[in-house]
Structures are given as structure tokens and as C-alpha cells.
Write a protein that binds this ligand. Sequence first.
Ligand SMILES: NC(=O)c1ccc[n+]([C@@H]2O[C@H](COP(=O)([O-])OP(=O)(O)OC[C@H]3O[C@@H](n4cnc5c(N)ncnc54)[C@H](OP(=O)(O)O)[C@@H]3O)[C@@H](O)[C@H]2O)c1
Length: 458
Amino acid sequence: MPAISRTIRARIPTESGEFHLFHYTNTSDRKEHLAVVMGDVAGKAKTLVRVHSECFTGDVLGSLRCDCGEQLTQSMQLIAAEGSGVLIYLRQEGRGIGLEAKLQAYNLQDEGYDTVEANLLLGHQADEREYWAAAGILADLDIPSIRLMTNNPAKIEHLEALGITVTDRVPLLPSINAENAFYLDTKIKRMRHMLDLPPTRNGDLANHAPARHSSIQVPTAGHAEQIARISRLAAAYFQQESRPFITLSYAQSLDGSIARTAGAPTVISGAASLRLTHRLRAAHDAVLVGVGTVLADDPRLDVRLADGPNPAAIVLDTHLRTPPDARLFERHQQVWIVTAGADSANAQALSERGARLLVTPVGEDGRPDLSIALARLGAEGVKSIMVEGGAEVIHAFLIRDLACFAAITVAPRFLGGLPAVTACPTAVCLPELSDVVYTQADRDLMVWGALPRGNQQA
Ligand SMILES: NC(=O)c1ccc[n+]([C@@H]2O[C@H](COP(=O)([O-])OP(=O)(O)OC[C@H]3O[C@@H](n4cnc5c(N)ncnc54)[C@H](OP(=O)(O)O)[C@@H]3O)[C@@H](O)[C@H]2O)c1
């Protein structure tokens, strides 16, 4: 755990009463974590404590989008009423994603995503906060146990895991307005917050929520059927072929683009499609992307928005350009890197990160021979792979007729960007789907169908 040390303290008279502000430095970041202390708390069991994460918009501007400012004021008032206590102020804006990303997330929320979905769409976790600084400050103040002012069970769990004794939880009651109603509802439903919200004056909570994409009726039953269909086909295919069943799955715009430009991530599909993608991942043994996608998007490729296990991750990477600090290493027990040679300077670092290098002879294009790679992965027991892209990889699987099934999201927008498939020589005939089923995921269309290689069992 990083070390944290007190530099200085000063008296701060406030409307709620007189506090002392303690300033800290630490060995992990350059942030000024703070403690606002009232009374003599050293050695005091069950000290009233708030561990508050910085929220510029709520704390300083009084934004109505969240309840942070209110929680800050309430905590200081409760401490003042008791005559002693501590408000720990951690500099981790926007649940740890920073102010810039929080503002991007606000814009996504204005498009209809909830706070969790918005963070995930931006490639962050729903909550990236850490509490080691709080634990260090409590130790510095010599506080043996705390009564924690919070509605967030995860915060209690984090602090307890750091050795803090939390004897009681003191709830903080927010007031509800049209701007924060949906946010508070999301906190309850998706982040386990312990809030018992009263109905508001103008009706129930839902009436206060802004219009959202999910208000459109979604026939989700078809999705379960299609996922079951893939699982059935995959099991039969692997039994017969001893190689993994390949599901090609990506999101495209109406004009067939999968990104605005190569090398940059673009949010194409909606939140419901994203959840579906996670369900699909959970139904496969592995998820595969090209190194171009790893470098552009740094994707996690895990299952966060659905129930189910994380699949293994596979990266096609001829020259071992995958960064050892890529986020996919954080979440996958097994990461395969299909490569042409293991003599790059990066090989050692990737192996130390836990990657297994699958060295494969190269084909005419100078890249790992996909057919051989798939046979090897089959021999390792990988029965099904969801190929998520990017463009070069989608093209490579289609042109070689290696995919068995397609599950493609079509979002109702134009991008004019990177096409999923580039122009092929006229002699090459790209496959057509059979037994096609269309479903809807909020505003997106899902196209499901067997490809010739996989449809013999359809
Ligand atoms: N909309 C979606 O669903 C979706 C999904 C994924 C990605 N994307 C987007 O797609 C873009 C990335 O696409 P991309 O075409 O640049 O990269 P990519 O398809 O992810 O990766 C291509 C790279 O993979 C490596 N590779 C190794 N073996 C290969 C093989 N046999 N066949 C093909 N490639 C092989 C090659 O690099 P080396 O020669 O160095 O090995 C190649 O340059 C990003 O902008 C990303 O946001 C969109």
C-alpha cells in the first residue's frame, strides 16, 4: 500500500462549525488528499467518518446531476452536530475516471445511457475509486474504528478489505430532483446503493427520468434463442472438426463502417447491444481481435455487463506489438498471442504478463496462418471463438471462409469511416448468410445467420 504522510494542518471556520484541514502527500500519486477534522478523534472508537471522493461539479458548482454536494454538506453538518468526526476528501473525481471523462460520460447520459453504461462505453469501469489513501489517513489520525456515512456498500467492503473496522453505517438522504432522479435510481439498481427513495411530488421516480433509448420496447427473447443456437452449433462443429467454431461479431453503421477512422475507438451501437455483446462473449471460449484493435481501443474483451465467465482473449499479432500493459491482461486468465515469431524484445514482457505465444507459420500475406492457428487452438481445447474485429481481421476471416456464424449489430447511423470489409478481387466470392434471423436491441438491428462453413449442422 502506498505511504501517505501529513504535511500541515490549519484551522478552517465554516458555516457548520470550526474544523481543521489536514493536508497529505503520498508515494503513489501527486494528488492532495485531505482530512477535514472536528474535535479530538485520536484513539476514539466509532468516530463518525465520511470518505468523500472529489466531485467538482457537485461539491463546488452545486450541480443537480448528482447528490455529491449535498452529501458533503450533510456530512459536515452531522459531524458538527456530534462535535467530532472526520471528512476524508479523496481527489478521485468522477468515481475515479477524472473530470474530462466524467464530462464525456455526462454527454452520453444526455443521450440516454445510464451512469454505469456511460463509463463502460468510455472504456472505464463503473467505479474506479481506490481507498488506500483513506485507510492511511485513518491510521495517521489514530482512529481505531468508524461509523461510516455512506449509502454505498462497495465502499464499506473496500475499507474493510483494507483493515478498517466499520462498526455502523450512517445513511445520507439525498433530495430528488428531475436532474438526479435517474442517476439515483441507477445507483440503487446497478450499484447496490442503499437508498430508500420516497416518491417525488410530481409522481414516481420514473416520471422524472429524461427520455431514454431503453424506453423503446425491446424484444429480447430472440437473443437468448440465437445465443443458444450458436452454442448448439458450436458444440456439434467442434465435435466433428476438432477446431473452434467461429462467430463473427461486430457493430457497423448503416454504411458498413466499424469505426470513424482506423486507429480510433468509436461508440457505434447502443447500450442494449453492448450488453448483448457481453452475453455473446460469455457463450464463447475465447474472444479474438487483431493487434490493430488492441492498439486503437485497448479493449478489455471481458464479461462485465452480463452474467457468465470471462472467455480467454486471443490477439493476432505478427510482430508482437501488443503492449504488456494492455487492459485485456487485467481480466483474462488466459491470453493467447498468435504470432509469427517470438524473438521480439516484447516477447519476454508479454510472457511475464501471462500471455501464451502461439507461434505459427506465416501465410502468403506474411501474417500467421489462421487455419493452422485455429487447428492449434482446437487442440488446446478452445471450442468456440467470437471474432470481434477490427477490419483487417474480419476481412481475413471472411476471405478465407473461416467463420461459421455471424452476429452483427447494425446501428441506425452513418459514419463514412473504416469499412468492415475492403474491396475484394472479383474472383473472390464472399459468403452469404443462411437461416437469417433479425432481432432488435433498442435502436439497433441484430442480424444472426449461419455462414457456409458452419451451416452443415444448422
Ligand atoms: N465496430 C466494431 O465492432 C469494432 C470491433 C473491433 C475493432 N473495431 C475498430 O477497428 C479498428 C481496428 O481495425 P484494424 O483493421 O486497424 O485492426 P485489426 O483488424 O484489429 O488488426 C489488424 C492487425 O492484426 C494483425 N494480424 C496478425 N495476423 C493477422 C491475420 N492473419 N489477418 C489479419 N490481421 C492479422 C496485423 O498486424 P500485424 O501484421 O502487426 O500483426 C493487422 O494489421 C479500430 O478503429 C477499432 O476501433 C471496431
